[in-house]
Design a binder for this molecule. Structure first.
Ligand code: NAD
Length: 370
């Protein structure tokens, strides 16, 4: 039987509550479908700081490096607002991204028909929306050097960030986008600012070359990132896969997120390069939302973003495509049936808590998997 090693890092706040619902799905898949998941657990964020004085311990980092995939809940909360900067809760997530070399961030924006009315756009513009934003995560202006504030000595200071991309960084993120497009609508739109940025000129050129060399079966468009932002809110359904750099991806994926309603619905994946020997990519799956301290411990958090992150894990780390499809269908069915957590509550629906939402999704998943 295949063994699939998962490291669960529930984290703080609502992280553990949401993760508990994923644990039930894993247990079901193991018990009734011999899925062969083995799970280990670790601490991250504030809970790791309380136990080890670090945002993630060396032991848990080793487990993360050895796992086939990491499922991450959320970190942070007012309790840790004043801890030293290097060990703040977010440092655990940044360390994981860095040490696992997760250069590709995948954020789907899917609008379930039942939630179209919750979008900030008109329902007909977003109903059935299914786009994937592929953001470069380890390069660009957030990491480029020099990065400093210089005292100019005349009462003025200068803040400097450096936008820098090398060919290989653009090639590998473009490759991820083209490969994912092949499993979906087979279309990629690349966004940069080649009209004003040299890194944009290179980005455009390398994406085009990569396309010509290895992916000419996929349709490729280019758009300036500002125009892309406009198009995302004007007619989002025109896109299939969007590939862009770290800075633009940060903003465009947040814009796309709001098209779909609530933060409690949004999953994400971060992938590394394929291992030369096994072909497997290091991967971390996490909801987009944070630890929601305002509702933590009340049993009312929406577990869908966490469960949908697990669906991405089934798809991208384990190639369990049918299972991933069924889990996503299960979420859609439950929403169609009018079952809602408080954050996505609508008139005429039935409001439930975290556990009941998890149970309803598991029951639908069980039915669909039979
Ligand atoms: P947040 O995402 O935690 O919460 C924003 C709002 O959305 C809150 O009102 C919250 O109740 C609601 N919300 C979020 N997820 C929900 C869910 N699953 N179900 C129902 N409602 C949900 O963002 P914030 O309030 O800005 O940050 C809170 C803490 O989380 C901070 O310490 C922040 O640093 C941290 N944070 C962590 C991550 C992460 O772990 N990746 C991401 C963002 C923020």
């Amino acid at each position: 039987m295949t063994t699939r090693n998962l490291l669960l890092l529930p984290g703080d706040g609502i992280g553990p509550e949401a993760m508990a619902e994923v644990r039930k799905i894993i247990a079901y898949m193991n018990a009734e479908h011999d899925a062969g998941f083995t799970t280990d657990e670790g601490l991250v964020g504030g809970s790791a700081y309380d136990a080890h004085g670090a945002a993630i311990s060396e032991g848990d980092m080793e487990k993360a490096l050895a796992a086939d995939a990491v499922l991450f809940g959320a970190v942070g909360g007012p309790k840790w607002d004043d801890v030293p900067y290097e060990v703040r809760p977010e440092a655990g997530l940044l360390r994981l991204r860095k040490d696992l070399k997760l250069f590709a961030n995948l954020r789907p924006a899917i609008c379930y028909p039942a939630l179209a009315a919750a979008s900030s756009l008109k329902a007909e513009l977003v109903e059935g929306l299914d786009i994937l934003i592929v953001r470069e995560l380890t390069g660009g202006v957030y990491f480029g050097e020099p990065k400093e504030i210089v005292d100019l000595g005349n009462g003025q200071k200068r803040g400097i960030d450096t936008q820098v991309y090398d060919t290989y960084e653009i090639e590998r993120i473009a490759g991820v986008a083209f490969e994912l497009a092949r499993t979906r609508g087979n279309r990629v739109c690349s966004m940069e600012k080649r009209n004003v940025m040299k890194s944009g000129v290179l980005w455009h050129q390398v994406v085009s070359d990569t396309h010509k060399r290895n992916y000419s079966d996929v349709a490729l468009d280019h758009m300036l990132a500002d125009a892309g932002g406009m198009q995302l809110v004007r007619a989002p359904k025109q896109f299939d896969v969007i590939v862009t750099d770290n800075l633009f991806g940060d903003m465009l994926s947040d814009v796309a997120a709001m098209l779909t309603g609530s933060l409690g619905m949004l999953p994400s994946a971060s992938l590394g390069a394929p291992d030369a020997r096994t072909g497997k990519r290091k991967a971390l799956y996490e909801p987009v939302h944070g630890s929601a301290p305002d509702i933590a411990g009340k049993g009312i958090a929406n577990p869908i973003a966490m469960i949908a992150s697990f669906a991405m894990c089934l798809r991208y780390s384990f190639n369990l495509v049918r299972e991933a499809d069924n889990l996503e269908k299960a979420i859609a069915e439950v929403l169609d049936g009018g079952i809602r957590t408080g954050d996505i509550m609508a008139e005429g629906c039935r409001q439930v808590g975290t556990v009941e939402m998890g149970d309803a999704i598991l029951a639908a998943f069980r039915r669909l998997s039979a």
